[in-house]
Design a binder for this molecule. Structure first.
Ligand code: COA
Length: 140
């Protein structure tokens, strides 16, 4: 199995991302919004087997103090082969900042622990669910 890594997402399609995230159990990412989120992120690391997208991850940063990593996913057929770790290492190498944060459910916290992440009690978040999806076509 030869996996290659890309650091630009100009060629990635909405459909490829939707399929990957649905297969990895992060299926709330639908429509072109997910592709735009990748395009608008300063850092991306995508994993391919041949031309097939099998892993994705992205980060935003101020380049000085802070970085945020989002949407780390490996297709289930390819999990447990070091691909998630490699994508994270590629992002972290490009994030020379004091604090890198991410959101992780209990079931994947062990994965991030292997990369040096710890629970961070001071984090707060404000959620605005009306921004979660694109407005339906024709809606004003
Ligand atoms: C979490 C995920 C990205 C890990 O990717 P992966 O390619 O399967 O992981 P790797 O093979 O690179 O594993 C790296 C290390 O983490 C460990 N690990 C992987 N998944 C783990 C988990 N769920 N819990 C605990 N440890 C885990 C591995 O054992 C390995 O340890 P080692 O380096 O000491 O051998 C992948 O399982 C996935 O896409 N899950 C579904 C989507 C998801 O929940 N993403 C996270 C959103 S926050």
């Amino acid at each position: 199995m030869e996996i290659t890594y890309r650091f630009s997402c100009e060629d990635v399609t909405t459909r490829e991302l939707e399929e990957l995230f649905a297969a990895a159990g992060l299926g709330g990412r639908v429509g072109d919004k997910i592709r735009r989120a990748f395009l608008n992120s300063q850092l991306v690391c995508l994993a391919y087997e041949g031309t097939r997208l099998i892993g994705a991850s992205r980060a935003i940063t101020d380049g000085e103090y802070h970085g945020l990593i989002y949407d780390v996913a490996v297709h289930p057929e390819f999990q447990a082969h070091g691909i998630g770790r490699r994508m994270m290492e590629e992002l972290l190498e490009r994030l020379p900042v004091w604090r890198v944060m991410l959101v992780a459910g209990e079931q994947v916290q062990g994965f991030y622990r292997t990369l040096g992440f710890e629970r961070y009690p001071d984090a707060m978040a404000r959620l605005e669910s009306s921004y979660l999806y694109d407005a339906p076509a024709g809606a004003s």
